[in-house]
Write a protein that binds this ligand. Structure first.
Ligand SMILES: Nc1ncnc2c1ncn2[C@@H]1O[C@H](COP(=O)(O)OP(=O)(O)OP(=O)(O)O)[C@@H](O)[C@H]1O
Ligand SMILES: [Mg+2]
Length: 303
């Protein structure tokens, strides 16, 4: 089974407001509530692609119940640990520009963390775990590191998509894969990444620092994959950018979807780029048909 972990999920409230005035009562012309959180996104995209997964992490209160219900409606399995407070609400407001107010993270106690670790101890060697998203500042930055170390003992593949200190700490535990975007890679090594060659260079550094595979995404500029023996670059398909939210999560889902089917890293890379772009070119997340359509346009080059 594939498991995703979202430590700090959210209910995302998306609103469009015409003629927004600060300090006045404004009215939304459209509104939509959706489950948010990167691991949850990965699970939802995996479902679209036809791969079963189970979403883990922490939820609480009526907002947490909403997430559980929405996933159930989409037939995405979940087994969250319930916390006392409400899962946060993130307001994403579209006016002439886009403004976000992210709610305060729910409180996660040491007991909750222990429950998660015990849950993860049940994973078996053929399982795969995806750790996605930031960690609330109240939690230890090495939480992902702790999880990876525990699962490494059973040879379970762990993929990590996070940034900053949690990413640095996670790398020390030799995760199967990390998926930094351009900014995350730059932050990791305090170096500019101007193009895919720079990305490959720093990805190799990340391999020396512990990661076993590095998948780098650079939005519309392309992507790179560095493995033990090979490095690949990909040009992304051309299309109209509609919404890049979740493009990175779709990329992770696409990669895992093919990796678990064929075991080919190159094919998984190609499909991951098509999945990321298919989401970037659509409202919401990509479908399997969207990805298949773009696949022939993804050109992979060995470097
Ligand atoms: N403008 C674009 N044109 C084509 N493809 C895109 C574009 N933006 C994103 N993608 C696709 O999505 C993938 C991931 O994009 P990106 O680098 O923006 O991820 P990210 O920053 O991790 O996103 P997320 O917000 O989900 O974390 C890219 O490798 C590419 O395949
Ligand atoms: Mg990302």
């Amino acid at each position: 089974m594939i498991y995703t972990v979202t430590i700090n999920p959210s209910v995302d409230c998306l609103m469009e407001v015409e003629n927004f005035h600060l300090g006045k009562t404004n009215r939304a012309s459209t509104q939509k509530m959706v489950p948010g959180g990167k691991g949850i996104n990965v699970s939802r995209v995996l479902k679209n692609l036809g791969t079963r997964s189970e979403a883990l992490g922490f939820i609480g209160g009526f907002t947490g119940a909403f997430i559980k219900d929405e996933l159930e409606k989409e037939s995405v399995f979940s087994s969250f640990i319930e916390t006392e407070g409400n899962t946060r609400i993130n307001v994403k407001m579209k006016t002439d520009t886009e403004t976000e107010i992210n709610g305060k993270a729910q409180e996660i106690s040491n007991e909750h963390i222990q429950k998660l670790l015990i849950q993860l101890d049940e994973l078996k060697s053929e399982d795969l775990l995806i750790l996605s998203g930031s960690l609330p500042s109240t939690l230890p930055a090495d939480l992902y590191n702790t999880i990876i170390n525990r699962l490494n003992e059973k040879n379970i593949y762990v993929c990590v998509d996070t940034s900053g200190e949690p990413l640095k700490a996670a790398m020390k535990a030799s995760p199967y894969m990390i998926k930094p975007n351009q900014a995350e890679l730059e932050q990791l090594y305090e170096e500019n990444v101007k193009n895919l060659d720079d990305a490959v260079k720093l990805a190799r550094k990340a391999m020396a620092d512990g990661a076993r595979h590095v998948l780098v995404s650079m939005g519309g500029e392309g992507a790179a994959l560095v493995t033990k023996n090979e490095s690949y670059k990909a040009a992304v398909p051309k299309g109209t950018l509609i919404n890049s939210v979740g493009a990175g999560d779709s990329m992770v889902a696409g990669f895992i979807h093919i990796l678990t089917q064929s075991g080919s890293l190159e094919e998984a890379f190609k499909y991951s780029v098509a999945a990321g772009s298919a989401t970037a070119f659509s409202n919401g997340f990509c479908s399997a048909e969207d990805v298949e359509k773009l696949l022939p346009e993804v050109l992979i080059e060995k470097v």
